[in-house]
Design a protein around this ligand. Structure first.
Ligand code: 1QQ
Length: 387
């Protein structure tokens, strides 16, 4: 099934061997002419979206929906295959995500699925959707092992295995860290995976871990864990959780006099972190492929259009979702069909040269993104580039 091995891809041999299959598209409006069968005009592609649209992490899902809706409008104004997005709210719950996936696959007969939002949800629905032969692409699922679920599973979310080590390295270099405390939510698959990545990254950097403290999703009281951490005086604290818990951890930590830098995982990448934590979020670090102030024409155009439509700056989740629909649409066009799931899968797997708002993008042989992270620092309530 694989189009070519990772070795080939890394050596760049594939670029020559498969140049006929390459696809070059640009976010904000430009797609190359399809190289396969020219799609008939006005076919409709039904794409299911499973998203965290209500409950404690709904800001992630809302951003994702806004990014997708904006991309859909732009794409439908010019492309032959028209996209219809069928939204299902999973509330961040595995059982709801499974029900949504079954409905989209069996009842709505979607050609592909975008989502779900959380890695834990993807671990629950991925095997079902993959087994049904429906391509599914996570735009925010960053845990280890997501695409190992199967060959129909893709993601354009930057994996924590790439993001976390780059944030840790920058923090270590800049702040000359020697000791750290780790904290994570132990009933969230993404957070547990991120914790393991943090642990490896800090050990690789030669740091000493003075404490490892856990909590659960929806917890609101972190005083016991943070009182212990305060007494151990680490040089930094690393937190793997969604924004709600992360923001409350930051608030409590500052209250207890813990002034050191906090390094977060992908859960930190929502403006909700600053909204809930206020000034307690100052100094938090996180790696992301998205930086809205980037000096890049595509990024500027997207940020302006998004601001005009939604009256706010797009966050990472909006940007990755926006790119994801462009990637899906380019793959649909290239497959020449609005309904053939297998053709869409194979076409997606061939995306190698996509220029999106989150940068230059390709799927590697394991259907993970090849893209770069920027380390961001919360300063004056904004994500700024950490230099
Ligand atoms: C995951 C994540 C979350 C932060 C998405 C909202 O990265 O679950 O994988």
């Amino acid at each position: 099934m694989k189009l070519f091995s990772e070795g080939h891809f890394l050596k760049g041999v594939a670029v020559i061997a498969l140049s006929g299959m390459l696809l070059s598209v640009a976010g904000c409006g430009k797609t190359s002419s399809p190289t396969a069968t020219e799609p008939a005009a006005n076919q409709e592609a039904k794409i299911g979206v499973i998203s965290f649209l209500s409950g404690g992490g709904a800001a992630y899902g809302e951003a994702i929906k806004q990014g997708l809706d904006m991309a859909k409008e732009e794409l439908n104004a010019k492309n032959k295959i028209k996209i219809n997005l069928l939204y299902e709210d999973s509330r961040g719950e595995k059982t709801d995500a499974i029900n949504a996936a079954n409905k989209l696959v069996n009842k709505d007969s979607v050609v592909g699925i975008i989502g779900p939002t959380l890695s834990g949800e993807m671990f629950a629905v991925g095997p079902i959707v993959n087994g049904a032969g429906v391509p599914i692409m996570g735009t925010s699922t960053t845990a280890e092992g997501i695409t190992d679920i199967g060959e129909f599973v893709f993601r354009n979310a930057l994996p924590e295995s790439v993001a976390i080590p780059s944030a840790v390295k920058k923090a270590v270099d800049k702040y000359k860290l020697k000791t750290v405390a780790l904290m994570y939510s132990n009933n969230n698959d993404f957070a547990v995976s991120g914790y393991k990545t943090f642990e490896k990254a800090v050990k690789d950097s030669g740091l000493q871990i003075v404490a490892t403290e856990t909590f659960a999703d929806k917890d609101t009281d972190f005083s016991a864990q943070l009182t212990k951490i305060a007494s151990l005086k680490p040089d930094a604290v690393m937190v793997s959780s969604l924004y709600q818990e992360a923001a409350l951890v930051l608030k409590k930590a500052r209250e207890l006099g813990i002034k050191v830098p906090f390094v977060g995982g992908n859960g930190f990448n929502s403006p909700q972190l600053m909204k809930i934590a206020g000034t307690a979020a100052e100094g938090a670090l996180v790696a992301s492929p998205w930086f809205p102030a980037k000096d890049d024409a595509n990024v500027k155009k997207f940020v302006e259009a998004y601001k005009a439509k939604y009256n706010k700056v797009p966050d990472q989740f909006a940007a990755q979702a926006y790119d994801a629909l462009y990637i899906m649409s380019a793959a649909l066009d290239k497959s020449g069909s609005a309904t053939d799931r297998k053709k869409l899968r194979d076409s997606l797997a061939g995306i190698k040269d996509f220029q999106g708002v989150t940068g230059k993008f390709a799927f590697d042989a394991q259907r993970n993104p090849v893209m770069e992270a920027t380390v961001l620092l919360v300063k004056d309530g904004q994500f700024t580039e950490f230099k």
